[in-house]
Design a protein around this ligand. Structure first.
Ligand code: SF4
Ligand code: MG
Length: 332
């Protein structure tokens, strides 16, 4: 399969300003060197608790912020530093679906205009010229054509998210970054929206980066999973492998928290002590050592390297390093 997106050692550090002169007194290491690939037609679930850097990673990849370091390669083109016209052109290929469909769509705007706006902006067409195209997009997300003439405020949360998805599709992207696209919706409509995303993926051979705070949400939609902790991807691999054979103690804890209906498969819940440390003052050594149930003394000082577990499965924990293939070049 073709690689759609390749992120290498991506960092996003924000300056912290303080004192009378608002000098830079430190940095928040929101994203601190992450690497991964998304293949054509695949969904990568990026999971972690709030504050782990997953949304910042998504926004940096979309070039809403400039990266502090690292590279973003999209469809074979290095887009890390693109500007102006070239960035605008590349942007057709990657779009975003936001978490809150109430906040992300103007309630007083006509749905046809919302969905058609990117086409109008990019191709300078009149709305009358693209009306059929926009109605077709509305159909594809399961909305009636006459939604075209109605206003966003007339729709429910689930319907608004469909409108957001139709808009994201308007320029025929290859990649959609969806930041918790269903977490603001009622449980009853979550699966409808996920099903639509799944249908569209098959139809257009789309790739998704699906950001979520909960492993149970991405379980059913992801081909590949990345688990983030304090700005790092501590484990990544094919979804079935990560769920059935997690390697990193943090992933093990997250998986133990997923409700399991089958009593035979139920594992003992691993409760993590303490809170997520501040990314402005991350722990030395392994970022997880302050909460890791199996930490050793050396975890405070040694930074774990990325260990290859199988072809596309990697985890960063010193307990895995002995006798394994260690990749020093990137933290996969
Ligand atoms: Fe836990 Fe140490 Fe492994 Fe980090 S390196 S996950 S602290 S055992
Ligand atoms: Mg977030």
């Amino acid at each position: 399969k073709k690689t759609i997106l390749e992120v290498k050692d991506l960092k996003q550090h924000y300056p912290i300003k303080g004192g009378f002169f608002k000098r830079t007194i430190g940095h928040v290491k929101a994203v601190d060197g992450i690497s991964f690939k998304i293949l054509e037609g695949e969904t990568m679930g990026l999971v972690g608790e709030s504050g782990c850097g997953k949304s910042t990673a998504g926004r940096t990849i979309l070039r809403l912020h400039d990266a502090t370091d690292g590279t973003i390669n999209f469809l074979g083109q290095d887009i890390t530093k693109l500007k102006g016209k070239e960035l605008r052109e590349a942007r057709k290929g990657f779009q975003m679906v936001f978490q809150d469909p109430y906040a992300s769509l103007n309630p007083m705007q006509m749905v046809g205009d919302i969905v058609g706006e990117p086409i109008r902006n990019y191709y300078g067409k009149k709305m009358s010229e693209i009306e059929d195209e926009v109605k077709d997009l509305l159909n594809r997300v399961g909305l009636n054509e006459d939604a075209y003439y109605r206003y966003a405020h007339e729709f429910s949360g689930g319907q608004r998210q469909r409108i957001g998805i139709a808009r994201a599709l308007a320029l025929k992207p290859k990649l959609i970054i969806a930041d918790e696209p269903v977490s603001a919706l009622d449980v009853s409509v979550q699966s409808q929206v996920l099903n639509i995303m799944d249908d569209l993926q098959k139809e257009f051979n789309l790739s998704y980066l699906f950001i979520a705070h909960d492993l149970s949400v991405v379980k059913h939609v992801s081909d590949y999973i990345g688990v983030m902790y304090l700005g790092h991807i501590v484990e990544q691999g094919p979804a079935d492998e990560v769920y059935s054979n997690p390697q990193h103690p943090y992933t093990k804890a997250l998986i133990s928290a997923i409700p399991e209906i089958d009593p035979e498969k139920r594992k003992e819940r691993i409760i993590l002590k303490g809170d997520l440390p501040s990314p402005a003052d991350p722990p030395t050594g392994c970022p997880f050592h302050t909460r890791c149930p199996v930490a050793k003394a050396e975890c405070k000082t040694i930074k774990p390297r990325s260990v290859q577990v199988s072809e596309r499965h990697f985890a960063s924990c010193i307990l895995l390093e002995e006798g394994s293939v260690v990749d020093d070049s990137v933290n996969h």
